[in-house]
Unconditional design. Structure first.
Length: 76
């Protein structure tokens, strides 16, 4: 699951840096914005079958690749 999540994240962010540094803050580094968050969760639903309501997600919960992996793994 971790590799699939990172592949999706790399596609959305447009860089493999998300695989190299799991603690990089995606928002502070300009790799993710609110539109990217929407795209990310659409991809998770389509490719992993995991549906998440964006209104229930705090930005801090998904600010790094590691946090995203943990967040999605808890729901998968």
């Amino acid at each position: 699951m971790k590799d699939k999540i990172l592949d999706i994240l790399e596609e959305i962010c447009g860089t493999d840096e998300v695989k190299e540094n799991l603690d990089i803050n995606l928002f502070e580094e300009g790799l993710m914005d609110s539109l990217g968050m929407i795209e990310l969760f659409i991809e998770f639903e389509e490719k992993l079958g995991i549906k998440v309501q964006l209104t229930t997600v705090e930005k801090d919960e998904i600010s790094t690749p590691q946090k995203i992996i943990e967040f999605i793994s808890q729901r998968g």
